[in-house]
Write a protein that binds this ligand. Structure first.
Ligand code: CAA
Ligand code: FAD
Length: 388
């Protein structure tokens, strides 16, 4: 585990929450990790457990069935789950930091009252922005929404791609355009329930986070009641990116947890494994690498916690969130790659679970904005500050 110095900013409540999640991760998630990775399928018992433990409405207010906890709490849950399984972590992350947050921040009282309790207790959410032809260029999306003549419903047509949680989700936040001629100012956000006619199509076979479902969704004349427009027409793009700024802190936390999980698995082994008559962990060259990786993880964690606290206290945090995600993704790859080397040939097999961290680490540089997109975001701030 990490040293107490990296915990000094946490409140007593946050530390207690970390313990609850750790227990759940060790007792419920850990025994299933290998099988879920092999089968490329999330065990439904885990999603059920996340709801039962009260981890699916962390920031949601208690009146809506949530825990009413801080943003940092949500971040700590993601980190703690990722130490054991980054797939379970992202399931919880998308549900909390993206889906619940959109409702909490932008939905009408009616939509909050209707959906937040379900999302806190039993129904899983998905965030549907990316499409086959629009990933980084997310606002070039082509899925359309058309308002009916009597104004009572919208009809959605198009496809979404790469949608996390979609095989298990019931509630989909779908970004679609009401008027392509308006560019990104035509984008709106809709709450679509699976029963309204969402078709879950191709499920991707992936390098890592294989227990996390990633599917294409088709919308073929899906009718959505007018009241399920979330927020205002034409502001969907703003909701999407504002929420992604927060979500990126979540992915940073996922990558920090992953890095720590790999470290925690590999280092103890090096003190057991003997070569040249002594534990390999005793060699100075190994110890240098441990120190290097441990320091990198600490950097990534502090960037992440800092971005979380800035956001929580109402300060600007977009630049720091992008930095946290970018750096943590790199650190996760480095730490999990080194962990394989520290465990030698055994680390390369599926026996230790270490190679899985490395496969899982690559996604950090891709989703919720690639590393280039994070760099662009940071560079925009630098230009604003210096190119005056
Ligand atoms: N924060 C707030 N607002 C932002 C912003 C940010 N980081 N970046 C852009 N905007 C706003 C701008 O202010 C502008 O709005 P106004 O006109 O109202 O001022 C508008 O967005 C367009 O700005 P740009 O022309 O600069 O943006 P762009 O079209 O070049 O690209 C972008 C914008 C699509 C947001 C791009 O920067 C980006 O982030 N792409 C990555 C998309 C992404 O993260 N997808 C994630 C999908 S969900 C997911 O991946 C979940 C998962 O896996 C677990
Ligand atoms: P592209 O945008 O085609 O990028 C290809 C390359 O070009 C990248 O290296 C990129 O950095 C680079 N590039 C693109 N534009 C620029 C630029 N302007 N400057 C410099 N370099 C650039 N999306 C959702 O909406 N919801 C989800 O739940 C979700 N879950 C996902 C789960 C997984 C496992 C994966 C793989 C993806 C998921 N995504 C999701 C989609 C994800 O957000 C996109 O894959 C990501 O935004 C990149 O888009 P793209 O794949 O189309 O790559």
């Amino acid at each position: 585990g990490e040293s107490p110095t990296s915990l000094y900013t946490l409140t007593e409540e946050e530390r207690m929450l970390k313990e609850v999640v750790k227990k759940f991760a060790d007792e419920v998630v850990a025994p299933r990790v290998e099988e879920m990775d092999e089968n490329e399928k999330m065990d439904p018992a885990i999603i059920k457990g996340l709801f039962e433990q009260g981890l699916m409405g962390i920031e949601t207010d208690p009146d809506h069935g949530g825990a009413g906890a801080s943003f940092t709490s949500a971040i700590l849950v993601i980190e703690e789950l990722a130490k054991v399984d980054p797939s379970v972590s992202v399931c919880c992350d998308v549900h909390n930091t993206l889906v619940n947050t959109v409702f909490r921040k932008y939905a009408s009282q009616h939509l909050k009252d209707k959906y937040l309790p379900q999302l806190s207790t039993e129904r899983l959410g998905s965030f549907c922005l990316s499409e086959p032809a629009s990933g980084s260029d997310a606002f070039a999306l082509r899925t359309t929404a058309k308002k009916s003549e009597d104004g009572s419903y919208y009809t959605l047509n198009g496809s979404k791609m790469w949608i996390t949680n979609s095989a298990e989700a019931d509630i989909f936040l779908v970004f679609a355009t009401l008027d392509p001629s308006k560019g990104y100012k035509g984008i709106s956000c809709f709450v679509v329930e699976k029963e309204m006619g969402v078709e879950i199509a191709k499920k991707e076979k992936k390098l890592g986070i294989r227990a996390s479902s990633t599917c294409t969704l088709n919308f073929d004349d899906v009718k959505v009641p007018a009241e399920n427009l979330l927020g205002d027409e034409g502001l969907g793009y703003k909701y999407a990116i504002e929420i992604l700024n927060e979500g990126r802190v979540g992915i940073a936390a996922q990558m920090v947890g992953l890095a720590q999980g790999a470290f925690d698995k590999a280092v103890p082994y090096t003190y057991e494994r003997k070569q040249f008559g002594q534990p390999v962990g005793n060699f100075q060259m190994m110890q240098y690498q441990f120190a290097d990786v441990a320091s990198e993880i600490e950097c990534a964690r502090l960037l992440t916690y800092n971005a979380a606290r800035l956001k929580e206290q109402g300060h600007a945090f977009t630049k720091q969130a992008a930095m946290a995600k970018w750096k943590s993704s790199l650190v996760a790859q480095q730490a999990s790659g080194s962990a394989i080397e520290w465990a030698g040939g055994l680390g390369y097999t599926r026996e230790t679970g270490i190679e899985k961290y490395w496969r899982d680490s690559k996604i950090g540089a891709l989703y919720e904005g690639t590393s280039n997109i994070q760099a662009l975001t940071i560079a925009k701030f630098i230009a604003k500050e210096y190119n005056t």
